[in-house]
Design a protein around this ligand. Structure first.
Ligand SMILES: Nc1ncnc2c1ncn2[C@@H]1O[C@H](COP(=O)(O)OP(=O)(O)O)[C@@H](O)[C@H]1O
Ligand SMILES: [Mg+2]
Length: 303
């Protein structure tokens, strides 16, 4: 304040109001509905306005209390916090960190309808999301396990070219997975539009997909459903891989499991022959996507 031409006027104002700096804090507190911790030394008002004095004292006590107390959430030991019932049998810490308040989610138009799920466009906390809702009314334990695996894989695999999980709604009637929203799929671009991709764009798409796959494989997972429907893009052709519903840990495929899952026209021969397989089935499907990217058709129909 020293040397400030407004200092005199300011002091006169405070004198006139007869409140001092504490009065100023009080006025600001009532404007913002909060207690302000002023760095200025609080001066007691010179007047004998007892109501005012009491109020100032009250505020000072509140400041001391606020300074001394911790947030109740932070001081509560983690282990005693109540856990929501968890039909997905997810790790409780994962479940707690992903569960969202459905009241904050607005669902809009349907993007896609699959065998057991519907994907909606939605808005969560002001942000565009895709909401994959499992609609099977007779939800089986197998389906619940599959959804749990999808959630776990998405939560584990954090990468610029893998879709980001935003949250889950776990009660079975509204079981949903929220992911960040992407406006296009590679399938739509190649087969439902007239857009002609430049060679640099095709190479960029292939490279981004390769990076996502490398990351998945080095994390010991196999995606098992690489196809253009599951390759999401934005308008600048930034790529994010989605649909981790069939994803599994590599170790389970090495045991010679021979599930017949996936989409035939992208399936490697060992899968079609129901033989043991490993992460090379994703590389085979990647080869098919490369072909499709340049030819706008599939090299074979899987029959
Ligand atoms: N995050 C997303 N943003 C935009 N569209 C999405 C997103 N996730 C999925 N979709 C759309 O929904 C379709 C189905 O989702 P997906 O996870 O692949 O489920 P499904 O198991 O039914 O194949 C995708 O092919 C894509 O068109
Ligand atoms: Mg899919």
């Amino acid at each position: 304040m020293d040397g400030n031409p407004l200092q005199k006027q300011f002091e006169m104002l405070l004198q006139k109001e007869n409140q001092g700096y504490a009065g100023l804090d009080h006025s600001l507190a009532s404007i913002f509905g909060a207690v302000l911790v002023s760095s200025v030394q609080v001066t007691k008002p010179a007047v004998t306005d007892f109501a005012m004095l009491n109020r100032v004292q009250e505020l000072e006590e509140q400041i001391v209390k606020l300074k001394n107390c911790q947030s109740p959430m932070l001081s509560r030991p983690m282990s005693t916090m109540a856990l929501a019932p968890n039909p997905l049998r997810l790790d409780p810490y994962l479940s707690r960190s992903l569960e969202i308040n459905p009241g904050q989610l607005i669902t809009k138009e349907v993007i896609s309808q699959g065998g057991f799920s519907i994907v909606y466009k939605g808005v969560y906390k002001g942000t565009d999301v895709a909401v994959k809702q499992i609609f099977d009314p007779n939800i089986t334990d197998d389906l619940l396990d599959q959804v749990a695996t999808e959630i776990q894989s998405l939560a584990m695999l954090r990468h610029p070219h893998i879709i980001q999980i935003m949250g889950i709604v776990s009660p079975p009637q509204t079981l949903s997975i929220l992911t960040e929203y992407m406006p296009l799929t590679l399938f739509q671009i190649l087969h439902k539009s007239q857009v002609s991709l430049k060679d640099e764009q095709r190479v960029s798409i292939a490279r981004q997909l390769a990076k996502a796959l490398l990351y998945i494989h080095l994390s010991a997972y196999v995606h098992r459903d690489i196809k253009t429907h599951n390759i999401l893009l934005d308008h600048r052709y930034n790529l994010k891989l989605c649909d981790f519903g069939l994803t599994t840990l590599q170790e389970s495929t090495n045991k010679g499991l021979n599930q017949f899952w996936g989409t035939p026209s992208y399936m490697a021969p060992e899968l079609l022959q129901k033989k043991p397989y490993d992460n090379k089935i994703d590389v085979f499907a990647f080869g098919n996507v490369l072909y499709e990217l340049f030819e706008r058709s599939l090299p074979w129909d899987g029959t």
